[in-house]
Ligand binder design. Structure first.
Ligand SMILES: [Fe+2]
Ligand SMILES: [Fe+2]
Length: 195
C-alpha cells in the first residue's frame, strides 16, 4: 500500500455537522451525547474484541488499552453534556455493537480475516473521529473547556490510528494487500462518525 492509501477523508458532511453542533450550547450538549453513545459502542466492541483475539496477544493487549481510553472518553463526553444541560443517552444495544464486529463468529476465536476486517473498520472510524474532534476543537472558540476536551481526545484518537496502522501494515504487505484498501473504501462510504 502507498502512503496515500492510508489517508482517510473526513465524513462528507463534516463541515455542516460541525457548524450545526457548534451553533449553541444546547445543540452541542445533544451532540456530545451522541458522540458519547458512539464511544460507549466502541467500548463494548473493544471488550468483545479483546476476548475474541486473546490468542493474538499483540492485538488483544492493544485493544484492552484502547478500550480503557474509549471508556474515559465516554465519561468525559457524558459529564460535559450534563454540564451543558444535556441528558445521558441510552446505552447502545447489542445489534449496534455487533455492527462494529464484521466477520466475528460466535464460537471461533480470532482468525486473521476477522482481525483485518475489525481493524480496517476501526482505522477508518478512528481516523474520522480524530479529524472530527480536531475540527470541533477549532470550531468551539466560544467554549474553551469543551474545545480543550475535544483536542485532548483527538490526541488519543491519533494514537489509536497509529497503533492500528502499525498492526495493519505487515498484513497489508503479506496476503491482504488488495483486501485492506478495498475494505477501507467500503467503510468510508458510511456517512456518520462512529468513534
Ligand atoms: Fe474515542
Ligand atoms: Fe478512539
Amino acid at each position: 500500500m502507498q502512503e496515500k492509501d492510508w489517508i482517510i477523508e473526513p465524513i462528507p458532511n463534516q463541515e455542516r455537522e460541525i457548524r450545526v453542533a457548534a451553533r449553541s450550547r444546547r445543540i452541542l450538549a445533544a451532540y456530545l451525547n451522541r458522540i458519547c453513545w458512539n464511544e460507549m459502542r466502541g467500548v463494548e466492541a473493544l471488550s468483545i474484541a479483546t476476548r475474541y483475539f486473546s490468542r493474538v496477544p499483540y492485538a488483544s493487549l492493544n485493544f484492552a488499552r484502547h478500550n480503557a481510553d474509549e471508556a474515559r472518553h465516554a465519561a468525559m463526553f457524558a459529564s460535559r453534556a450534563v454540564e451543558l444541560g444535556g441528558m445521558i443517552v441510552p446505552v447502545p444495544g447489542r445489534a449496534d455493537v455487533l455492527s462494529l464486529l464484521p466477520g466475528f463468529k460466535n464460537e471461533e476465536q480470532g482468525d486473521v480475516d476477522a482481525l483485518v476486517h475489525f481493524m480496517t473498520r476501526g482505522y477508518v472510524e478512528e481516523y474520522r473521529g480524530m479529524l472530527f474532534f480536531e475540527a470541533m476543537s477549532e470550531a468551539l472558540d466560544y467554549d474553551n473547556l469543551t474545545s480543550r476536551m475535544f483536542k485532548r481526545i483527538a490526541q488519543d484518537e491519533r494514537m489509536h490510528v497509529s497503533y492500528m496502522r502499525e498492526l495493519l501494515e505487515p498484513l497489508a504487505e503479506d496476503g491482504y494487500s488488495e483486501i485492506i484498501p478495498a475494505l477501507m473504501t467500503k467503510y468510508q462510504q458510511a456517512t456518520t462518525v462512529s468513534i
